[in-house]
Every structure is written in C-alpha cells, then in structure tokens.
Design a protein. Structure first.
Length: 493
C-alpha cells in the first residue's frame, strides 16, 4: 500500500504521548484510566462497563486529525490474565469524545476474538464483523472514503485484510487512537500497544486496487456479522447446504464447497460445465446441485442438474432447459420443480419446469424484467423482483400457476433477489440506491429483511457489494442467519 507516515512513533519520555494529543476517559467509567509511553510502548489502563449498544465507557489515547483517509496499526498484548473475556483493547476512529459518538474500532477481546465494531451514527446500536483469525498479535484499522476495515497479523507478519468492511461516514475532523475497556466498571484492565503507527493514505488509481471477496454470515436478530472465508480475487453467491454443514459458491466458472467453520474450499466436479455463473443451488434433500452454465457453443446460460458431490467419472451434468438463456433461482420444497428467469421472445419472465425436464411454464407476462424467483417453504408462493412499476421491487405470485401478483416493497430503492427464510417468517433481499439500474457489482448496497407478507423493511447491513452478494438462496437451515459475499477494493500491499 502506498502510504505517507504522518507521525513518527514514540519518544522516550514517560510523560509524553508521542504523536497523540492527549488522553481521557470517555463515558464516565467508574475507575479512572491512565496511559504512559515508555521506550516506544504505550501502557493503557481502562475501566468502563462496555463499548457496545448506544454508548461507550473506556480510556482513550487520541489524536485529532483533519479528516481524510487514515490508518492506525499496533501490536497489542494484554497485561495479566484479566477478569472478563469481553474486555477490549482497541484501535479507534471516532467522530467525537462523546460516549455516544459514531465510531469504528478494531478490537482485541480478552478471549482472543478480533472484531471490527462500528456505530454508524451517534446513539445507534453497535454492530460487529468477527474475524476468523483468533488472537492476532497485530491489528490495523483503516478509514478509506465511506468505509472502515480491519487487518490482522501474527508476530512479525505482514497485515492481511480480515475481511468485510463497514460503512462509517465521518464529517470534518475526527479522532484516532488507542482504547481500553475493562467490561467491568469496578475494575481496570491493562494492555500494551507497541509499534504504533498512524499513516495517511495516498490516493491510489483504480487500476492499482485489488479485489477482495469475503464470505460472511449475519445474525438476523442482532445484525452482527462473522467472517467465514476471505481471499484476494473474486467469488460469488453462497448457498447454505440443507444439513447446515457447508457452503457452495462459484468462482471463475467453477463451483466450490467450504465447511461452515471455514478452511480451504474444495472444487466440485461439474464435468464439461466450466462456465457456471452465480445462479446455482442445492436440492431440498441436499443430494443434487442445480447450475446455470454457459459452456455451450452459443454462450447462453442453460440449467443442468448433477449430484451434490459432483459428477462421477464418465458422467456429465444433465440438461434441464433446452431453451436459453435460462437462469435458475428456486427449487420447490418437494424437490420436483425448478423456478428460473428466462428470456423468450425478447422479454425476461419467471418460468418453472419439472426437475426431470419437459415443458416449461411461463408464470409472468408483464413487460420488463421479472427475475430471481424463489419458493416459499410451503410451496404456496414464488417471490421475485420485477421492474413492472418502473422501479425494481419485491413481488410474490401464487404457485404453481402465477396468479395474484402482490407488491411487497414500496420505497424508492432498487430491490433484488428476495429469499424466504426456511421457517416462512422473513424475506431477505438485496437493496441498491435509487439511481442504480440493473444489479451491478461494486456498489453501496444493503441487505434488508421484511416479514414474509410484506411490511416495514429493516436494514441488516450496509456493505460494498451487489452482483454476487446474495443472488441465490443462502439462509441457514434454522432461519437464524444468512450467508453473503461482501467485496473490498484495496491497494495492493
């Protein structure tokens, strides 16, 4: 990354705070905190009940910066065993010194959890993205434009993005610094911060930015996120297997399986089908995978079915749709029927077809794009997105014949790819800003949920994504979480 060091690291005096302007308690913790700098190491003691929900209490060593893009990095080590697993040693960017301030922090917890925490606006709830790297020795937080990100490293190692970014729009001057919260208002906890560096980021041409992809899960109740898998490069569209044990996603025309706990993806043999796009999914019993593949001579997407373990030697995926283009999106609860978006006679509509193949049935016939059909768990409805009103919104029709179309979203945003939860209570969907047309990649988007029968939407997450984020069904079998892919354009290290 091209960086200019703004502030040199520490001076030797114990009374000096090096590049930082000052220190103070934030949020009135019951025990007064302190900080000292000795031989380049900051020893910070902090109290406070928590840094969570709508306000914080901790000790803060800070510098006021005049805006712009900035990063703060340090090696962090707890002093002693501590009393609470959720005590936090943090690197922060913070709008004000107020307890309810908008902020983001790269936090190392007492139990080794590293997470990017963010309160997007003053007094809002705090949410987090939990790293899949336990007890890193080094953390970095970076503010770049409207987003903040965290990187992690072991002792003496180079930083690697932890995966996932959170939107935090700061105005004018803001604060960067070191913080410690004991998570027990009657106690002080102490952490040491070494190799502390504050850096200003230079503008980097888009041609020099690298794409990072992160498979995350989000808890529907809390909106908290967890990184499962992160890599440089591009992958898309996770399916959550019906047994809850793995994900399936596509990358560079191929399919991969990844354990829910993370690890290394393994390729699924799809035979001749080497141009699989992001419209794929698992059968209700988990025994088959449906793919949308463009390997044919005309380059058009067609739908195929194969065993979920991949094709056996000498076998190939079985063609379901003769006509093209066809893009799969839903599998009926009984496992007998596929729902898909297809272009016929110049118009894209919702179709169904028996999984064994045969005659397709057209369920929508309104001018304009109807896309993304997915079945309700009882098989009564098909949810889809349609441009029929002039803006893209979530709709549903009755299955199996497509009657009684009902619009379910009514805002000014562009809403795509609705997916019902397995318990039938919720619809999760991808929401673009009003001016965005189609469903492009690398945009500011939101994951939203509404009740299955329609209602006021709730924002689960604001992220950088779009195409590839949540094109296909990705609910956990217990309806508590959703898997998705977020993206980040980062300068090459």
């Amino acid at each position: 990354m091209l960086m200019v060091v703004l502030l040199v690291s520490a001076r030797a005096s114990a009374e000096d705070l090096g590049p930082f302007d000052g220190q103070s308690d934030v949020g009135g913790p019951g025990r007064t905190g302190s900080a000292a700098l000795t031989n380049g190491v900051y020893t910070v003691a902090g109290g406070g009940e928590n840094m969570w929900f709508g306000k914080d209490a901790f000790h803060f060593v800070y510098k006021k910066v005049d805006g712009g893009d900035v990063s703060l990095s340090a090696d962090i080590k707890w002093v002693g065993n501590g009393e609470h697993e959720h005590r936090k040693a943090c690197l922060l960017v913070r709008q004000t010194l107020d307890a309810e301030s908008a902020h983001a922090s790269a936090a190392l917890h007492g139990d080794g959890l590293a997470s990017l925490q963010c309160r997007a606006a003053r007094g809002d709830a705090t949410h987090e993205i939990q790293s899949n790297v336990a007890a890193p020795a080094r953390l970095r937080i970076e503010r770049r434009g409207k987003y903040v990100s965290m990187s992690v490293a072991g002792v003496g190692e180079a930083f690697d993005p932890a995966g996932g970014v959170m939107r935090l729009e700061l105005e004018g001057p803001f604060y960067v610094g070191l913080g410690v919260c004991s998570h027990d208002d009657a106690r002080l906890e102490t952490a040491k911060f070494s190799n502390v560096s504050i850096e200003r980021s230079k503008d980097v041409p888009e041609s020099e930015l690298e794409l990072h992809s992160t498979l995350e899960t989000i808890d529907i109740a809390s909106s908290d996120r967890r990184v499962v898998y992160h890599t440089k490069g591009h992958f898309e569209a996770p399916n959550w297997a019906p047994d809850g044990q793995s994900f399936v996603f596509n990358s560079e025309g191929k399919l991969y399986r990844l354990p829910v706990g993370g690890g290394k993806p393994s390729a699924i043999d799809t035979g001749f089908a080497q141009r699989c796009n992001n419209d794929h999914g698992l059968s209700p019993d988990g025994k088959q995978i449906v793919i949308s593949d463009q390997t044919s001579k005309d380059g058009q997407s067609r739908i195929y079915v194969l065993p979920s373990t991949g094709v056996a030697q000498g076998e190939e995926p079985r063609l379901v749709t003769e006509e093209a283009p066809s893009y799969w999106h839903g599998w009926s609860p009984g496992g007998t029927t596929l729902a898909y978006c297809a272009q016929r006679n110049g118009d894209y509509d919702v179709y169904t077809i028996p999984v064994e193949g045969g005659e397709e049935r057209r369920l929508t016939d309104t001018a304009g794009l109807d896309d993304g059909p997915d079945y309700s768990p009882d098989g009564r409805y098909l949810y889809f997105n349609s441009i029929r009103t002039g803006s893209m919104h979530v709709w549903r029709i009755e299955a199996p014949r497509g009657g009684n179309p009902t619009q379910l979203t009514h805002d000014d945003r562009q809403n795509w790819f609705p997916h019902p939860s397995p318990d039938g209570k919720w619809i999760v969907y991808l929401s673009y800003e009003p001016q965005v047309r189609e469903h492009p990649a690398n945009k500011d988007v939101q994951l939203r949920v509404i009740p299955a029968g329609g209602g006021e939407p709730r924002v689960l997450a604001t992220l950088f994504g779009g195409q590839g984020t949540i094109n296909v069904p990705s609910w956990s079998p217990d309806s508590k979480r959703v898997a998705f892919v977020s993206y980040q354009l980062a300068p090459a290290e």
